[in-house]
Design a protein around this ligand. Sequence first.
Ligand SMILES: Nc1ncnc2c1ncn2[C@@H]1O[C@H](COP(=O)(O)OP(=O)(O)OP(=O)(O)O)[C@@H](O)[C@H]1O
Ligand SMILES: [Mg+2]
Length: 274
Amino acid sequence: MTRIFVLTNHKGGVGKSTSATTIAFGITSLLRHTGATHGRVLLIDTDSQGHATLVTTGRNDFGAENSLYAVLSAERATAAQTLAQCIVPSTWDEHLHVLPASAMLEGAERELMRVAGAPYRLADPLSKIAAHYAAIVIDTRPSFSLMTEMGLIAATDAIVPVEPRYLETVGLMSVISKINDIREGWRHPHLRISGILVTKMDSRIRGHHHLLNELKTHPVLGKLLIGVIPANEAVSYAHHSHQSLFSYDPKAPASKAYAQLVSMLVRQMTKGGA
Ligand SMILES: Nc1ncnc2c1ncn2[C@@H]1O[C@H](COP(=O)(O)OP(=O)(O)OP(=O)(O)O)[C@@H](O)[C@H]1O
Ligand SMILES: [Mg+2]
């Protein structure tokens, strides 16, 4: 089964889009490097802000006919075909494909609110094309909205990026319990919490160390820590030039930390286990 990673946290600006795009590109590059025959990766942008779309395709002009919006509005019988037609290659790598977001997704949430089966409108067509990809990565918007729910229902693995200043366990536990609700309430047994990814860690800030240590020793959350990404200005420079962090500066501290995370995810994928 293709692993479908969803990056989620209702807090804004914690590194969801940075992590989604970097992980997606990282998996593509690593699979190519290891000579995998089946090495394509799909990035799905469910956020109407379209940041992940913009940096990976150089475009932010996707609309009703050629974006995720088209998939969500399609008839059930044709939704998978619509999805396949909307996918574009990333400018970063021909093996990285993108299902773009559109500003129209903002209205789609309202339009779909009363439509039967709305939360499955991504999961359903995606399940029909997932086998074409070695991995799929979904970026979500900063809220527990219908769109985020759709992303979680479509996924197999949730990764929760969080900044050290938001590491308070109460906030984190609410994200974790939302993911558990989706698994149990929506009967989606394949969704598991892959882990918590600490982003923008500034080792000069004492409070960051304190909160990270608290997380490490927490009986539930401590076991979920899968990586710590340092705060690194290479990330914003890479964004501004619409380049992947790995291409912009593979030796930057954030690149090295993401590379470690990507190797771990690919090891898990190829083992097919935890
Ligand atoms: N490791 C890092 N070091 C420095 N800056 C970072 C790092 N990770 C992300 N940023 C910066 O933080 C900002 C927010 O990152 P990003 O857009 O990935 O967060 P997000 O969670 O997707 O935000 P939103 O909730 O608005 O979708 C961006 O300007 C990005 O360049
Ligand atoms: Mg984002």
